[in-house]
Design a protein. Structure first.
Length: 177
């Protein structure tokens, strides 16, 4: 297991072949793309996500994303901010209505590079999604305009609301913490 670091992203413990591949692709993209933290639909972009665990750490907060019509972790675009942990936390607050969220680690929790399908407004593009692990200090949530709904989903029931490998990886990753 090795620990890698990338400016604007932080440190990441590479545990698996998937981790190594995703990190390599993220690093190459950030080093070669001047607008990596922007929102250029021609090149793809870095996004920041938050896996927010419940106060008792038995559930994760998921959003039924309005644009993508899927249950996902909280997160969003960096929009030019080259501080991905900050972006992930900011998005978690904005999308959840939570008043207190604390980081469970100072490191990257996961990297997932995936394609966002084409829409009438945007072409297909890659999201270089960097995820961080947080814990809510209370259960009260409020749906934002970016979501149809929010839900605390028990970890052992994730498959009931999503088939996304990028979300389902949460349980596997948590076993290492």
């Amino acid at each position: 297991m090795s620990v890698m670091s990338l400016s604007g992203v932080g440190c990441y413990k590479l545990r698996t072949a998937r981790d190594r591949d995703m990190w390599r692709r993220l690093r190459v993209f950030c080093e070669s793309e001047p607008q990596a933290f922007g929102r250029n639909p021609e090149t793809g972009h870095v996004t920041g996500s938050a896996f927010v665990m419940s106060p008792d750490r038995t559930s994760v907060l998921l959003t039924h994303h309005r644009k993508l019509d899927r249950w996902l972790q909280l997160g969003g675009h960096c929009d030019g901010i080259a501080d991905v942990p900050f972006v992930a936390l900011k998005e978690a607050y904005e999308e959840s209505g939570l008043s207190r969220i604390k980081p469970l680690s100072g490191q990257v929790f996961d990297v997932d590079i995936h394609e966002i399908r084409q829409t009438a407004k945007d072409r297909a593009r890659l999201h270089y999604d960097v995820r961080y692990l947080f814990q809510a200090e209370a259960w009260e949530i409020a749906v934002s305009g970016e979501s149809y709904a929010l839900a605390w989903v028990p970890l052992d029931r994730l498959e009931e609301v999503t088939e996304s490998p990028g979300v389902l990886v949460l349980r596997e990753k948590l076993s290492c913490y």
